[in-house]
Design a protein around this ligand. Sequence first.
Ligand code: URA
Length: 266
Amino acid sequence: MIETLTHQELRLCLEWQVELGIDEAISETPIDRYELAAQAPRPAAPAAAAPVQAAAAAPAVDEGPGPVEAARAAAQSAPDLAALKEAMAGYEHCELKRGARNLVFCDGRPGARVMIIGEAPGRDEDRMGRPFVGRAGQLLDRMLAAIGLSREAPGTEEAVYITNVLPWRPPQNRDPKPDEIAMLLPFLERHVALARPEVLVLMGNAACQTVLQTRGITRLRGSWTQGFGLPVLPMFHPAYLLRNPHAKREAWADLLELKAHLEVPR
Ligand code: URA
């Protein structure tokens, strides 16, 4: 069918796919899935009584621990950050892993006073295997620099440590699903415990949902609260600030709040 399309029609198809959020070809040859569906044999209607008898006769199968229990066991057995990264790389219960190029674990300096928790890797982060390296990440770096913090700083005073709620990129950058957040939460909790920050900065609603079990970033931002046993400051996500530059005023106030907190003598 593709041979019958004009150059202009092909270009429009491509633009439409880009608009849908498709940004990568995953196969050399196009597959017409409508045609495949039409050719597929229809499943036979189930016999009325047979499945019940079969189910009753089937021996119990040990399916092993569920996704959350498996994550908890793997996370708890990791004695340090390197082991935690390895445990996450070996975790097979999350479908996102299959569509991602890289596990995006962290950036910055472990032991930094400030740990930033974002949402999930995007395309650039998935490619590079590092959090916040795209446009939102560049804005984040400028925001941090404005209050004297940086992920490259050699000392723990000026450094930050960065991770995300999800370590794998969701398809088309969709929002994390509640079951994905729940199954990966034990890893995030262990990550925070091993990185030992003094405060957490939560970037946007997904991080608030995960750490505070509540959303509403416009209401939450700029006020200290407690999460994972630590002082927590929710802020607008840098990607939101790119779309809503007028909100940078509030973001600046929140950065000053963070700076003031760090300056209080311990
Ligand atoms: N947005 C996030 O929340 N995290 C990233 O790593 C990149 C963009």
